[in-house]
Design a binder for this molecule. Structure first.
Ligand code: PEP
Length: 245
């Protein structure tokens, strides 16, 4: 039985004035699910103090341990700030920063080496889905960006169809279950029995109204949530939906 994980991604939102939302979310985390917020780098250290059972993480990490990489943040820096996890390979970074599968894999490995847990994102574009290539694209991303020695102790995957992020559109439950099943089958090929323990989150326009049905799909072990994670009012119902499953 895989314990549900509900993770929020604040993207480039959030100032110190918003730490009250972190506190309100933290106060509502039930003992039966894992909950996390992946915040802008600037908020991590102060959010950790307010977080309680809520895990605080980052949205990206550099693959190098240190060096001449102006504007970047290393895994050791995230640990130093108090982060417990980081997202890698979010589609916005794959698109905007042209991150490759190889780079995403290196980021996951650097994060793990420094002691962080990792959420690895994969997902197809609408063009790829319309061309009937969604499963092929996503399972290829999994194979190419999965860190070495992947283990459920520190790694979760997130299936996030690019066309469902921030659009209010979601795949059908059948499509979600089919893709999560395909990802798990690929993981069996790659890591054998550990595939049964690895959590696969769904992400893309999850909200309080659709969380129960999306989280109830076969092989869905939680959610990665963007817009609806910005306030306790919207995020807590998703955590509560997960706790009821
Ligand atoms: C995301 O960016 O990871 C995401 C799932 O966003 P949203 O929930 O806003 O679609």
């Amino acid at each position: 039985m895989r314990r549900k994980l509900v993770a929020g991604n604040w993207k480039m939102h959030g100032l110190k004035a918003d730490l009250g939302e972190v506190r309100a979310i933290a106060a509502a985390v039930p003992g039966s699910v894992d909950a996390a917020l992946c915040l802008p780098f600037t908020l991590i250290a102060s959010a950790v103090e307010a977080a309680g059972a809520l895990q605080i993480g980052a949205q990206d990490v550099h693959e190098a341990e240190k060096g001449a990489h102006t504007g970047c943040v290393s895994a050791a820096m995230l640990v130093d700030a108090g982060a417990g996890l980081t997202i890698v390979g979010h589609s916005e970074r794959r698109a905007d920063q042209h991150e490759t599968d190889n780079q995403v894999k290196a980021k996951g490995e650097a994060a793990h080496k420094a002691g962080l847990r990792v959420i690895l994102c994969v997902g197809e574009t609408l063009e790829e889905r319309d061309a009937g290539r969604a499963e092929q694209v996503v399972t290829a991303q999994v194979a190419a960006s999965l860190p070495e020695a992947a283990s459920a102790e520190w790694l979760a995957l997130a299936y996030e169809p690019v066309w469902a992020i921030g659009t209010g559109r979601t795949p059908t439950e059948a499509d979600v279950a089919a893709m999560h099943g395909a990802i798990r089958a690929k993981l069996r090929e790659l890591v054998g029995g550990e595939a049964e323990r690895l959590r696969i989150l769904y992400g893309g326009s999850v909200n309080g109204a659709n969380a129960a049905s999306l989280l109830g799909c076969a092989d869905v072990d939680g959610a990665l949530v963007g817009g609806a994670s910005l306030t306790a009012e919207k995020f807590v119902p998703i955590i509560e939906a997960a706790a009821k499953l």
